[in-house]
Design a protein around this ligand. Sequence first.
Ligand code: SF4
Length: 193
Amino acid sequence: MKAAREAVDLLIQAASSWQFDDALNGLRDREWMALRFLARANRFSRTPSALAQFVGTTRATASQTVKRLEDNGYVQRRSADQDKRSVILDVTPRGEKILASDPIAPFVHAIAALELGASNFRDLLRQILEQLDARKHRHHADSCRQCIFLTESASKRASRTQAEYTCRFFRADLSGAEVDLLCFNFEPWASTR
Ligand code: SF4
């Protein structure tokens, strides 16, 4: 238990990479968090409600954050193809540009340099999150590759062309690049929900 407690002490200090009082490059920490999420989320999760869930805030506060990102030209909204009443939030090229100076980058580089390996560290964090989710009756966003709804597209398998996938939850095709993005409808293989 001592090592676990010490690990938490260290993790809290590492969190100073993404939690700060002042603005950095004109954005507060929550705005960076929102922009970062929208750049990593798939088209089903780039919504105001998924953003509020990820940042851990109310829809109203998330809307204010989106408004600031839109005013800065970092995000633009559009209607969803299937349901014109639904909104999708896309990161603009200007938003992608400022993400090059994301204050979380040193933390990412530190993980990439771990002797343990970034993949192993990621898998450990995933295990911790799954335990926390089970206790709090919630679930986290994760990538399609971990999701029970992902299947490899049969037509693509047969033609042996570039791998493509299908989401059985949304009944939608997914490209190889999309399956590495975050989704809030993700369901883990060994679901504890
Ligand atoms: S396969 Fe799972 S994670 Fe991927 S889009 Fe579908 S529901 Fe979301």
